[in-house]
Design a protein around this ligand. Structure first.
Ligand SMILES: Cc1cc2nc3c(=O)[nH]c(=O)nc-3n(C[C@H](O)[C@H](O)[C@H](O)COP(=O)(O)OP(=O)(O)OC[C@H]3O[C@@H](n4cnc5c(N)ncnc54)[C@H](O)[C@@H]3O)c2cc1C
Length: 349
């Protein structure tokens, strides 16, 4: 494939999840031309909402919290725009899915997208679009290489593009595969330590079973049950949550269960999870169902650094929820820090 060149200030972000979109914010503010390259049809990554029949279900992240001012500012703007809403300040707690459920409220807000979790990334994208950030969806990066003063992205079925710098937000094992496909590690690595640190990052997988019901479930308000142990870690009623017009459950399997059953037939996994959730389904009939298998759901190791610079010249940096702090807010903070590093490195080059 031919290679298309970009200018000295054009940068790429691999991944349109919350980390990538926050990195884009920082880079466009620094005057860079920014292209977000995303393999899926839309933005959001693990902040994922889908329709199933008449239902709307969140099947990745279920809610987010706010601790820092930077993310707090974004969330306030999204709340004001009607794109994010406060869900609750505590979920029902249970030792395991069939144990006694105890209501809990610690006063700390948990937020949801107004129409589902993808509403926050969509809101971020709209603001970026207005500032000239370009988005390429359905574009799977297959290799990332250092090419003189440029970072070269190979994109499935399209011509390769060279950029002045690149932020990579794919889960770290996938990012390392992209580097390996592009011939990294190479002399361009700023220190051999970067690869060792990145190689230490691991994630738990997660099965998400989505069930559309013909009548209300037995899940108590506000619509979420957190389990301390057992095969099910979380169960949510998307109707009580306020995003689905009809009753629909999201059932998350624990990391241990998902790892153990990862390669099992989807039907068998769905049956097991459905049987375990039966007390909460009650008399309702299942109208439709779907199973999502997240291979890299949540990091089990989180690096202390907010990002890891893989190369300095040209600048290439990894970030996401495995850096600085897990979950949605951690990913946002990591993306912001990586974007800032890239902008400063380009500025000083
Ligand atoms: C089941 C589940 C439950 C969760 N629950 C919660 C929760 O309740 N609260 C919370 O705060 N967090 C939760 N999380 C974690 C939260 O979703 C993540 O921390 C956060 O969304 C990560 O954002 P990110 O931008 O770092 O990564 P991602 O959202 O994974 O974004 C990376 C993006 O890169 C794209 N990409 C990957 N490879 C390529 C490639 N080769 N080419 C182009 N694009 C590529 C992906 O498609 C994706 O869009 C949950 C996650 C899962 C899976």
């Amino acid at each position: 494939m031919a290679t298309r060149a970009s200018t000295r200030r054009d940068v790429a972000i691999v991944g349109g999840g919350v980390a990538g979109l926050r990195a884009a914010d920082e880079l466009v503010a620094a005057g860079c031309g920014v292209v977000v390259v995303e393999k899926s049809r839309g933005v959001g990554g693990r902040m994922a909402t889908r329709r199933l029949g008449d239902a709307v279900l969140d099947h990745g992240a279920q809610f987010f919290t706010v601790r820092g001012d930077s993310f707090g500012g974004i969330v306030s703007a999204a709340v004001e725009a009607g794109r994010v809403a406060r869900w609750t300040s505590g979920f029902a707690q249970a030792e395991s899915i069939n144990a006694e459920v105890v209501p809990a409220d610690d006063g700390h807000p948990r937020y949801r997208g107004a129409g589902g979790m993808t509403d926050l990334p969509k809101f971020l994208l709209e603001r970026l679009g207005a500032r000239g950030v370009a988005l390429r969806t359905g574009a799977r990066v297959t290799a990332i290489a250092l090419d003189g003063e440029s970072v070269r992205l190979e994109i499935d079925g399209a011509e390769a593009i060279r950029f002045a710098g690149c932020v990579v937000t794919a889960p770290v094992p996938q990012a390392l595969d992209l580097f390996a496909a592009g011939g990294l590690p190479a002399p361009g690595l700023i220190d051999g330590d970067a690869r060792r640190r990145l190689a230490a990052v691991a994630y738990d997988p997660c099965f998400a079973l989505m069930l559309v019901l013909d009548r209300p479930s037995r899940v108590p308000p506000p619509g979420g049950i957190q389990c301390a142990s057992g095969p099910i870690s979380w169960l949510a009623d998307n109707h009580l949550k306020g995003i689905s017009p009809v009753p629909a459950l999201t059932v998350h399997a624990s990391g241990a269960f998902s790892r153990e059953r990862f390669d099992d037939a989807p039907d068998a996994v769905s049956r097991t999870l459905r049987d375990l959730a039966a007390p909460w389904i009650g008399d309702a009939a299942i109208v439709e169902q779907s199973l999502q298998r997240w291979k890299f759901a949540t990091p089990t190791t989180v690096l202390e650094a907010p990002y890891v610079a893989v190369a300095n010249r040209p600048p290439l940096v990894c970030c996401g929820d495995a850096f600085a702090g897990p979950k949605v807010e951690g990913a946002a903070a990591s993306g912001l820090a990586a974007g800032r590093w890239l902008a400063e490195t380009l500025h000083n080059a």
